[in-house]
Design a protein around this ligand. Structure first.
Ligand code: DGL
Length: 251
C-alpha cells in the first residue's frame, strides 16, 4: 500500500478528461494534476521543445512525492515518454491514440484519427499505423484543442471548424473516429454531431486500467481517502481545471 499521490500532466485542460476517468475508476487514490497552460498548445511545437516542457512538468510533480506519473497527453507521450521513463524513478503511464481498439471494433468503412500535428508525425504513431492503420485516415487538427481550453464545448464556431476540417472526407464512409488528443474528449458531442454514423474511441478508460495494473503490480494501491489537487503554470489555469473537472455528464 502506498498513500502517495499519482501525478497527472497535460499541456492544459485536456488531461482533466482523463483525470475524471481515473477518479471514477480509482476513487481511493490521491491525484495531483498539473496543466502546462502557459505553454499550451504542445501539438504545434517541435519534438525537442515538447520533451523539454514535459520533463519540466514531470519534475515539478516529482517534487510533490508522486508514486507514479500519468502523461494524460498523446502529444507529450509520443515526444517524451522514453525520456521521461529514463529520467524518472517511478512508473510512467503514457497515452496513444486509440487506433488499435478502433481498428479492431469491426466497424465498416474508414477509421479517422484526429490528433495534433506533433502526435501524427512521431515515430511512435507511425509504428502504431504500421500495425493497425490499413483503413486509417489521419487528420491533424491544429486549433481544435483551443476550443476545449476556452471551455467552448458547444458553439457555432466549433461546428464550423469541424465542418471545414472534415470537408475533404465528404462521400467517405467513416465508421470509427479516434479522439487522439485528450482535449478532444471534451468536444465529443460536437464531433459526434459532425460525424454521424461514426463510433468514437478514446484512450481514457484504457489508461485508468493501465494505472491500476501498474499500482497493483507494485503493491501501491492506496487504501484512501482519495482526492484531487490542481496546479497550473498559468495563474488562471486552476479555476478552469476545476470547472472542467466538475462538468456534468459522462466524459
Ligand atoms: N492534450 C494533448 C494531447 O492529448 C495535446 C494538446 C496540445 O497541447 O496541443 O495530445
Amino acid at each position: 500500500m502506498d498513500q502517495r499521490p499519482v501525478g497527472v500532466m497535460d499541456s492544459g485542460l485536456g488531461g482533466v478528461s482523463v483525470l475524471r476517468t481515473l477518479v471514477k475508476e480509482l476513487p481511493q487514490e490521491r491525484f495531483i494534476y498539473l496543466g502546462d497552460t502557459r505553454n499550451a498548445p504542445y501539438g504545434d511545437k517541435p519534438e525537442g521543445e515538447i520533451r523539454r516542457l514535459a520533463l519540466l512538468c514531470a519534475h515539478r510533480l516529482l517534487d510533490r512525492d508522486i508514486k507514479a506519473l500519468v502523461v494524460a497527453c498523446n502529444t507529450a507521450t509520443s515526444a517524451a515518454a522514453e525520456a521521461l521513463r529514463r529520467a524518472l524513478p517511478i512508473p510512467v503511464i503514457g497515452m496513444e491514440p486509440a487506433l488499435k481498439p478502433a481498428a479492431l471494433a469491426g466497424r465498416p468503412g474508414r477509421v479517422l484519427v484526429m490528433a495534433t500535428t506533433a502526435t501524427l508525425r512521431q515515430k511512435k504513431f507511425k509504428a502504431l499505423m504500421a500495425r493497425y492503420g490499413q483503413r486509417a485516415i489521419l487528420l491533424p487538427c491544429p486549433g481544435l484543442m483551443e476550443f476545449a481550453e476556452r471551455g467552448e464545448l458547444d458553439s457555432p464556431a466549433l461546428d464550423e471548424y469541424l465542418r471545414r476540417r472534415l470537408a475533404p472526407l465528404a462521400g467517405m464512409q467513416v465508421g470509427a473516429a479516434v479522439l487522439g488528443c485528450t482535449h478532444y474528449v471534451f468536444l465529443k458531442e460536437a464531433i459526434a454531431k459532425a460525424l454521424p454514423g461514426a463510433a468514437l474511441f478514446d484512450g481514457n478508460l484504457g489508461t485508468a486500467r493501465q494505472l491500476r495494473r501498474v499500482l497493483e503490480r507494485g503493491d501501491q494501491l492506496s487504501p484512501g481517502p482519495g482526492g484531487v489537487r490542481f496546479m497550473s503554470t498559468d495563474p488562471q489555469g486552476v479555476q478552469a481545471m476545476e470547472r472542467m473537472f466538475a462538468l456534468p455528464g459522462g466524459v
